[in-house]
Design a protein around this ligand. Structure first.
Ligand SMILES: [Zn+2]
Length: 526
């Protein structure tokens, strides 16, 4: 069936603004005047605005789904409010042996060290683990510390930290996955069944945000298995790209498992929503927790330059080994030292291995050394940014600036500079770290503040245009995911993944999603 959209504007990367779009058999048939001349079922946009479905190039949908099954402490602005929610959840779920949830706002406590005793006041009989919004920090109660056997004598694990009281005993806050693992390895393992529930929740949420293609950027067992089950049962309703997490300790032993998962996924029947061709490397932590790897020391702790999770040689070996197997590398790097190390490793990999269309990604890319800016383009590295982070938010103000000083803080997120250097940029939400809703994010790198507020713009010289912002969240991420010939623009022949807004993002910042189409069919978010 042929459908013609008219009665409002449309926009696509490469095409700009136009009116009229025709689709047929799930694909774009014609654009502009040619589409307006055609006959078919007419959908009146009613003054609304049409653009390609959003593509989230960096997210953690299963973590969001898992979190949604525990206490919901997002956006709560006091320790008391968080305790109340944990108490409510504990009371309503008496058979839950561990209470795990998130994500609390670490910036509500100066320094971000939360105390186990605060949680003990509401739950002391069962372990409680809450993730902070940065997802590089957890806050636990005393029962959790006790089960894990963490005492004053426990040393900080390599690549992680345990916040302590004056006497050296653990305070209740732990930083980086290797440290959480001391506790979470005692918790009941996530099952395919519970992760399937998380996937269903996440797909619904993404669809209602206008996202038709997304990524799962931290895949460990049994997440790939859960996605395979979701793809087979039809529960996977959007395109999903998996990136398997490997660590300095496990990257070699994981090769066989990851190849097996990729092979199984490549054999799934049409529609090929699920792909698994990417490896995630975590090279540092986060600025807010003092764990991002820096070239110069932290101001609040002059002995520390943060955490380097990989040593240089091991990182080069690991990324080169996976690159040789035609896996794309997706490297988390936040501090200038971690970004420098990642670029060096990618450079060594490119030199050592045969040429192919590899499209390496550095995600977050928050603080780039001036001498490294041009290397993104030189090495064809895609910079994946979180647009919602590109303003002076409470985390930058309260937790980051005191640790690194104003000069480095204000140098974060150089989107304009990178685009002017012809760097390929893509966008991702990092959900559940921050909101998965593109409409909450797309104006922030343009204004370098939240639209409609009287706050001053943050380092406005790094602002980009709305067109560039929309492009990064559509065609930019499609390129990152090797799907640029299918999705991310409205060129003739592309899959008809469409978002219809009530108003134009070129004229207004307060927008609503009116409808979402996937492969030529309207999908309802129930
Ligand atoms: Zn992430």
């Amino acid at each position: 069936m042929r459908i013609i959209f008219k009665g409002g504007s449309a926009w696509s990367p490469g095409l700009g603004l136009f009116e009229g779009l025709a689709i047929e058999n799930g694909r774009i048939l014609a654009v502009g005047p040619e589409a307006l001349k055609m006959t078919g079922e007419v959908i009146d946009l009613d003054g609304g605005f049409l653009l390609p479905g959003f593509i989230d190039g960096h997210a953690h949908p299963i973590f969001a789904g898992r979190e949604a099954q525990g206490p919901k402490v997002n956006n709560l602005q006091s320790v008391e409010a968080i305790k109340e929610e944990v108490a409510r959840f504990a009371k309503e779920n008496p058979s839950e042996s561990w209470i795990i949830g998130g994500a609390y706002e670490a910036a509500i406590i100066s320094g971000g060290d939360f105390d186990a005793h605060w949680l003990d006041e509401v739950v002391s009989d069962r372990p409680v683990v809450l993730h902070a919004v940065d997802h590089h920090t957890i806050w636990v109660n005393s029962k959790a510390l006790e089960i894990a056997g963490i005492t004053a004598k426990t040393k900080d694990p390599d690549g992680g930290t345990i916040a302590r009281r004056e006497d050296g005993s653990p305070k209740g806050t732990l930083r980086e996955p290797i440290a959480f693992d001391l506790i979470l390895k005692h918790a009941p393992a996530d099952s395919v069944e519970s992760d399937l529930k998380a996937i269903k929740y996440a797909c619904q949420e993404l669809i209602s945000a206008g996202v038709t293609t997304a990524t799962e950027c931290w895949v460990e067992p049994p997440m790939a298995e859960a996605y395979i089950a979701a793809a087979k049962s039809g529960a996977l309703t959007i395109d999903m790209h998996l990136a398997f997490l490997v660590t300095p300790q496990n990257w070699q032993e994981q090769i066989a498992y990851i190849q097996e998962m990729r092979a199984q996924i490549s054999k799934l029947p049409e529609p090929k929503r699920l792909k698994a061709n990417t490896i995630k490397f975590l090279t540092d932590g986060a600025l807010s927790s003092g764990t991002a790897a820096m070239l110069d020391p932290y101001l609040d702790n002059p002995e520390s330059t943060g955490l380097k999770i990989w040593d240089d040689t091991n990182l080069i070996e690991a990324i080169s080994a996976y690159d040789l197997l035609n896996f794309q590398v997706h490297v988390h790097a936040i501090g200038d030292s971690a970004i420098n190390q990642s670029l060096n490793a990618i450079e060594a990999m490119v030199k050592a291995n045969p040429k192919w269309d590899r499209r390496p990604v550095i995600v977050h890319a928050q603080l780039i050394a001036p001498t490294d800016l041009a290397r993104f383009k030189e090495l064809d590295v895609i910079a994946n940014f979180q647009p919602l982070w590109t303003y002076l938010d409470p985390m930058n103000k309260e937790l980051i600036e005191p640790r690194i000083g104003a000069a480095r803080n204000n140098r974060q997120y150089q989107l304009r500079t990178l685009l002017d250097l012809n760097t390929k940029i893509s966008f991702g939400s990092d959900w559940p770290v921050t909101s998965h809703k593109p409409l909450e994010a797309i104006f922030i790198p343009v204004l370098r503040k939240i639209p409609g507020t009287s706050e001053q713009a943050w380092n406005i010289t790094e602002a980009i245009t709305i067109e560039e912002s929309l492009t990064a969240y559509t065609a930019g991420s499609a390129y990152q995911l090797f799907r640029e010939k299918e999705v991310g623009s409205l060129d003739v022949g592309m899959r008809a993944n469409l978002v219809i807004l009530d108003k134009s993002p070129f004229l207004d910042t307060d927008l609503q999603i009116v409808a979402l189409w996937r492969d030529g069919e309207e999908i309802k978010s129930s």
